[in-house]
Structures are given as C-alpha cells and as structure tokens.
Design a protein around this ligand. Structure first.
Ligand code: CA
Length: 215
C-alpha cells in the first residue's frame, strides 16, 4: 500500500511519515501543494493525506485538480478545528474523510485503514470481463450496460468463471468450487432462459479467451 502525505508542517509531516511507515505503508511526502498535486496526478497511490493550508497551491485546489484528472484514490483531509466550511467544501469536492488538527495518531491510522479497506472492498466487489460486469455488492449483472436477470445458480457459476477469467475451468472444478450441481447445469442448458443465453453466448463468445467452461 502506497500513501501520499501532503503537509507543509515539517514536524507533523515527519511524524505522519514515520507512523504510517511503522504501520507498514510505503509513504511519499510533499511539503507544498504544487509538488503534492504533481505526485497525486502521476503516481498510483492507495490513499492521500492532504493538508488544506499549503504553500504554492492550497489543499482544496489540489483535491479539485486530482478529481478533475480522474484520480480516484481516497483523500483524507487534515483541517484546522475552526475551518468547518473548508471541511464541507472538501467533502463536496470529493474528499472521503477528514481529521481535525490536533489529532491522535491512533485515530488517523484507524481512519486510513478504514478508507483503504472501503476502497479495496469496493474494487473487489466489481468484476468485469469483456462486456460482462458483475457487482457482488448489489448482485447486479449487466451485459453492455444492460441488466441481466439470473437465477441464484446461474449467478454463482458466472461469478466463479469471472473470478477465474483467463483460464480453463473444468466441469468438476465448477461443481466442486461453485457449489453447482451438474444435473442443474444440464437442466439450465436445456432450459436456458433468454437472459442467461445472452450472457452465455454474446459476451462469452466475444471474450472466449477470458471466460471458458469445459467438461
Ligand atoms: Ca499547513
């Protein structure tokens, strides 16, 4: 996990870098908004800690620039206690969380863990293969953006295949690992609903190398 800390206060910046490093994160730091903005736009970070009062470019402008550039990493704002309007503006601009100065390092570390975990959970909840998209958080499956209705069994099979895209999945493995039943699979093939046929034929045909089930 790689983190960016943008903070102009030298002591605080070093304390943050040290505590986050001890917690197992790789940490890059910037002591002004201009350098912070550049790093956030060009390097892949799992989370950024962003002070608002920064030299050269202020924190809110940095955040605005990152979001405009399509950078989606979670951003945790450090703000002064009396600057509540900045907190609101920061959240409106796409900040994920904020911590008010002065803060306990343990609280900040907990916020960092929570935000990184939330992002990781969200990312792993969405699978995409070819035209297929499966959102495990909502249970929704779409083909080319169009929702597809699947039975619970069909959903399990598809979920397993998409998790193993790029390699051949045998019927035995599918039976064992996706709690699918061959008899059900046979029935499903013969009675293939129009929705599942759409999933099986069009997208899988177009992504044949990525999703494949065999006997
Ligand atoms: Ca500052």
């Amino acid at each position: 996990m790689r983190l960016l800390v943008v903070e102009d206060d030298k002591n605080l910046r070093e304390q943050l870098a040290s505590a986050l490093g001890d917690a197992g994160y790789t940490v890059d730091t910037a002591d002004n908004g201009e350098d912070g903005q550049f790093l956030g736009e060009t390097e892949p970070y799992d989370l950024a800690i962003l002070d608002l009062g920064l030299p050269k470019v202020d924190g809110l402008s940095v955040l605005k620039a990152w979001r405009k550039e399509g950078r989606t990493m979670p951003v945790l704002i450090l703000s002064a206690r009396d600057r509540w309007s900045e907190k609101v503006e920061g959240l409106d601009l796409g900040a994920n969380d904020y911590v008010t100065k002065p803060f306990h390092m343990a609280e900040l570390l907990a916020r960092v863990r929570a935000n990184v975990r939330r992002t990781t959970d969200h990312q792993s909840a969405v699978l995409e293969v070819g035209d297929l998209r499966l959102n495990a958080a909502t249970g929704q499956v779409t083909v080319n953006g169009a929702p597809v209705k699947l039975t619970a069994y069909q959903y399990k099979v598809l979920d397993y295949l998409m998790h193993h895209a790029g390699r051949i999945v045998s019927r035995a493995e599918l039976t064992e690992r996706s709690t699918a039943k061959i008899t059900s699979a046979t029935r499903t093939r013969s009675k293939c609903s129009s929705a599942f046929c759409a999933v099986r034929s069009a997208p899988i045909a177009s992504s044949r190398k990525k999703v494949l089930a065999t006997d």
